[in-house]
Ligand binder design. Structure first.
Ligand SMILES: NC(=O)c1ccc[n+]([C@@H]2O[C@H](COP(=O)([O-])OP(=O)(O)OC[C@H]3O[C@@H](n4cnc5c(N)ncnc54)[C@H](OP(=O)(O)O)[C@@H]3O)[C@@H](O)[C@H]2O)c1
Length: 278
């Protein structure tokens, strides 16, 4: 077992990963097990989670608890919240469960939009709310929220990008939530990361009937993505964009937001609206 799995008192660390039955979540569970973390793995497909637990437990000598829950439902969220609240020593929460629902907004079934928002906005928020008080009290811990590069895509047309208004907006929520939380928690010893993958090999596109291998972009392995996320977390990278070589590009967004806020704090309406006033 790697030392990353033990804290300074030699206590075994514990992580909860949502969406661990496939793709990126499964790769997080595998890497964290190798690092010696005891795991709580969450998704709807219990059979997949149990197969993962049967493989990881003996392979890495860690305990793997399976929680089958639908995190787009209030009762599923509540079940995992209460598991976390009882689990006072959670070291890492990975809010990863998600799906895409790429289609024109006017054709997106309203219940599918609501499901997406409950899973990728509400569950992320409430599970973080459940986990963070104990981490802050202990002075250590981390939350990784899996977002997407598409959170930065609001100005780009679709096509060629997928039709994605609700998905990309949910991921923008995750980015803003994570960035503000990271600021709020500075100095507490607790880290927060928004992980922004590009196209990653998983079932994400397949479940939407899409073939990602036909996209004109590179496809990252979930294992590389997870390694980058944990390396980024270790260096306090709040927004982790694994394929981006120049982090200065993100710093420029930060600077531009600050400037926009500074230049728009007045109580007077901008002159450019003068001609439209009665
Ligand atoms: N793959 C990409 O190209 C890509 C790019 C950017 C961001 N992401 C993000 O990465 C995250 C993981 O996706 P992935 O690529 O690994 O896709 P995936 O292989 O389809 O895995 C999605 C995971 O989410 C779980 N999940 C879905 N709905 C759920 C629900 N209602 N309740 C509980 N768990 C649920 C699934 O488990 P069950 O079906 O068993 O519940 C599965 O474990 C998502 O947040 C996605 O938005 C992916």
């Amino acid at each position: 077992m790697n030392d990353a799995g033990r804290d300074s008192q030699g206590r075994r660390r514990r992580a909860l990963v949502t969406g661990a039955s496939s793709g990126i979540g499964q790769a997080f569970a595998e890497r964290l097990a190798r690092d010696g973390y005891d795991l709580i793995v969450v998704a709807r497909r219990r059979d997949r989670l149990e197969a993962l637990a049967r493989r990881l437990s003996p392979e890495s000598s860690v305990s793997v608890e399976v929680v089958s829950a639908d995190l787009s439902r209030d009762d599923g969220i509540a079940m995992v919240e209460s598991r976390i609240a009882r689990e006072l020593e959670l070291d890492l929460l990975v809010n990863n469960a998600g799906f895409g629902a790429y289609m024109p907004f006017v054709e997106l079934p309203p219940e599918r939009a609501a499901e997406l928002i409950r899973l990728q906005v509400l569950a992320v928020t409430l599970l973080s709310r459940a986990a963070l008080p104990a981490m802050v009290a202990r002075g250590s811990g981390a939350v990784i929220n899996v977002s997407s590069r598409l959170a930065f895509s609001a100005s780009l047309p679709s096509p060629p990008l997928p039709r994605r208004a609700v998905y990309a907006a949910a991921k923008s929520y995750i980015n803003t939530f994570s960035r503000i939380l990271a600021n709020e928690l500075a100095g507490t010893g607790v880290r927060v990361q928004a992980l922004c993958p590009g196209v990653v090999r998983s079932e994400f596109h397949e479940v939407q009937g899409m073939d990602a291998s036909r996209f004109p972009v590179g496809i990252m392995s979930p294992e590389d993505l997870v390694d980058a996320s944990l390396a980024g977390l270790a260096r306090d990278e709040v927004v982790c964009i694994p394929a981006l070589d120049d982090p200065g590009l993100f710093a420029a967004i930060d600077a531009s937001e600050r400037r926009l806020l500074e230049e728009s704090h007045g109580g007077e309406v901008s002159k450019r609206y003068d001609s439209t006033r009665g």
